[in-house]
Design a binder for this molecule. Sequence first.
Ligand code: SF4
Length: 324
Amino acid sequence: MKKDLMTIENLKKYFPIKTGLFGKIVGYVKAVDDVSFSIKDGEVVSLVGESGSGKTTIAKCLLLLEKPTHGKIIFNGYNVVDADNKRLRNYRRNVQAVFQNPFLSLDPRMNVYDIISEPVKTHIKISRAELYNYVSKILEMVGLDESFLYKFPHELSGGQAQRVAIARAISINPKLVIFDEPTSALDVSIQAQILNLLIELKDKMNLSYLLITHDLSIVRYISDVIIVVYLGKIMESGLSEDVFNEPLHPYTQTLLSSIPDPFTRKLRERIILRGEPPSPINPPSGCRFHTRCPFVMDICREMAPPEITHKQDHKVFCWLYVKK
Ligand code: SF4
């Protein structure tokens, strides 16, 4: 059985809404509201949901770009949220990120060699002579040859630039890489190449991935586990094949209705959601999805649904599955 690499417990991120000269707090944007899940060694976990669901804020909390309002991020047995500097350094080495637009994440003044060697020099003891070979080898692993070493980001195509961003992320042998919409800025033909590269690197380096995306066709292709989020809360989670085979939550069913069935390749009956997602400043009472759910019942408006285990590792938060 695979070991937990990272466990997220009751994570909350509330952004204060301030007003007036003295910045009085008049409310909070509840971007992430009590989210718990874990990522195992060598596993690909995908967080899916519409924009505004809180998935990117979760990623920012895990990357320490945002301080959680509440909750724990357990990594290697310690809580990262209140870890000392030594542990934080270890965490930063082991958890790397690749963002949507490589041209925004790569420093335009640095060439490929400097971009990749910068984290290596910080985290790995290596001589100057060895560094060149090391960087060349990393570049080769992402499918680029030495002729790219001294190019600058503006001289690269979108796919090549994303390969450099991936090379930088894997250069210091992390355990987990967080990808925020890694292919959505790329042409469709390049997307498949990048996904194949990610699968190859994961197997070769025994990496774990957390993939943040709204693109369910990618999720189906690469994920072991899917977590569906809506308005800062988890709606459903489970093994990829279970969620695709038998989506339980009405929100998951809606998301999956927009792509062909993975087994029959036939289009499912398209479910169109009513209205826009409500504001996370004042989320709906009870089940957060109730204002858009075609199956809403009275209890859904009053009480948040409990977590129901459908089968091992396939869980849903919905009153439809509570046995009467
Ligand atoms: Fe719909 Fe109620 Fe289930 Fe929420 S709990 S998804 S409103 S049926």
